[in-house]
Design a protein around this ligand. Sequence first.
Ligand code: HEC
Ligand code: HEC
Ligand code: HEC
Ligand code: HEC
Length: 457
Amino acid sequence: MSVIKRIARSLVLAGVCFSVLGVTQAGAAAVPVERGTAKPKDFPMLSACGCHASLIDQWSKSMHSQALSDPLYLTKLEEAKKATGGALGPFCNKCHGPAATMTGEIMKGGQLSPGVATGVNCGFCHLVTGDTGKKANTSQLVTLDGVRRAQIKDPQAPHPATYSAFHESPEFCAGCHNVDHPVNGMHLEATYREYIESPWAKEGVTCQDCHMSKAPGVIGPFTGQAAGGAPERNNIYAMSFTGGQVALGDAGLATAMLKSAAKVKLEAPEILESGSTEVTVTITNVGAGHYLPTGLTEVREMWLEVYVENPDGTKTPVGEHRFGTILQDDKGNAPVELWEATKIKSDDRIPPRESVTKKYSFSMPAGAKKASLKAALLYRSAPEEFAKKAGVDNPITEMAAATSMVYASQAELEAANREQVGQGRFFDGINLIVAAVGLLVTIGIVAFFLLRGRKTA
Ligand code: HEC
Ligand code: HEC
Ligand code: HEC
Ligand code: HEC
């Protein structure tokens, strides 16, 4: 692109961005996420962020873009409102729709203006300048001056933009990823609290490093551009916010994210001649910077299944364990809904970089000469009835698994070994033949050309 063309393009972009992002207001004070603290024009339409096409694409597939339209959310919100005579509605919406709360539109009902209708969006996040100190229940502070903030130290955007250390910190996420009971203060969701105590936090790995990286399981920023035509930088993040919602989020990314979180080890004896034996399963939280599962843990389902895979495809169960939190109310009833809870009755989730061991008794299926044992750690976002009520698919994802073969006698084990070695020899034989044929063909081709070359010479 010529210099003149480049300048012309910047001028056009600047014009567009100024007109759609609104006029800069110098010296605006930071305001909390409360009703009436903002006007619809403070939050631009998505098209105003058009220069960031790939970021828009990433965010559009994230749960943040659906926070106000998510059928699981809307179903739970209705239940919460019904149970509390409507009192809880604004509390839930404040976090799932912070911009729509600030303009007050969500309380009024009816059509939301386009800049606030999309849940947790670009317009909101990039005006955040800090928090009230609380780090829970949407405690962010927002400065409505039209200046976009992020981690870029020397922004060259055609719109007002500035560096924000807050955006690089895990505290940026804390205000929404810690949910306390609005009346009794108990911790209902504590992802940030779990993280800040973890070895990851001590090593300086942030939420952004895992959830906004190049790919699930890859940690940290990457080299790229903040917008089309912008300079190449080495501290770029994706607006993907990849989590575990396979049905509603980006299925491929969410599946890979879940698979990057855990490892399963299965220990069983090779031979079991009679009676029963103990099998040991160890699950390690290798990749999540918080407990496994985290967030809405009384809804999320993560469980271990240990079983024999029969030759006909059926499963014979050996054992099962469900991980999660169970909420309890004043009277000791459990499980109860979020809003009824006063106490956590039990919590057996797996802390970051820690392992949990489960032992099961196993006996050989009657008449079997060998058994293929499998331990699988499975996950789904919601209980079946809840997903059905919301009309949402609820796929089960295998996060991690391990298998082990158990034989009914030493003779069976040896027979299996011979079979394997035999197979190995068979394939070695085939390889030898293939190599020999290949060599002959090559010699033939070379000879052909050599002979032809001599004739023409
Ligand atoms: C939940 C809040 C949130 C949302 C929603 C969000 N961002 Fe970001 N964005 C961030 C944070 C935090 C960073 C900085 C990450 C870091 O440095 O650790 C960032 C970085 C950026 C950057 C700097 C370049 C880069 O890619 O790293 C741009 C530009 C950007 N966001 C634009 C957008 C646009 C456009 C949208 C909407 C399509 C969007 N953001 C949605 C929080 C958000
Ligand atoms: C304004 C509040 C807000 C902020 C700020 C925010 N989040 Fe979220 N986040 C939410 C809400 C609400 C949801 C749930 C949306 C839904 O599923 O309906 C969510 C969902 C997610 C999910 C998807 C979970 C899943 O099940 O797939 C991830 C991952 C996530 N956030 C990470 C982050 C990270 C990392 C940051 C900081 C850079 C951040 N969020 C900042 C409110 C916020
Ligand atoms: C070391 C990487 C790492 C760090 C650091 C990290 N996470 Fe995660 N997070 C993961 C992985 C892997 C998963 C998928 C497994 C799961 O669902 O728990 C996940 C899952 C999630 C989910 C979805 C949970 C569910 O089951 O619905 C949310 C929300 C989330 N993280 C938010 C955060 C926030 C907020 C922070 C910072 C306070 C953070 N994460 C720090 C790796 C990380
Ligand atoms: C302070 C912020 C905050 C408040 C308040 C809040 N939520 Fe959420 N909500 C979140 C976050 C963050 C997630 C994602 C956590 C995860 O993935 O486990 C979430 C996820 C959900 C989900 C799961 C959505 C999905 O697609 O899997 C439902 C349902 C939900 N919230 C309902 C509610 C209801 C109902 C209320 C009010 C009683 C409420 N939330 C209040 C932050 C909040």
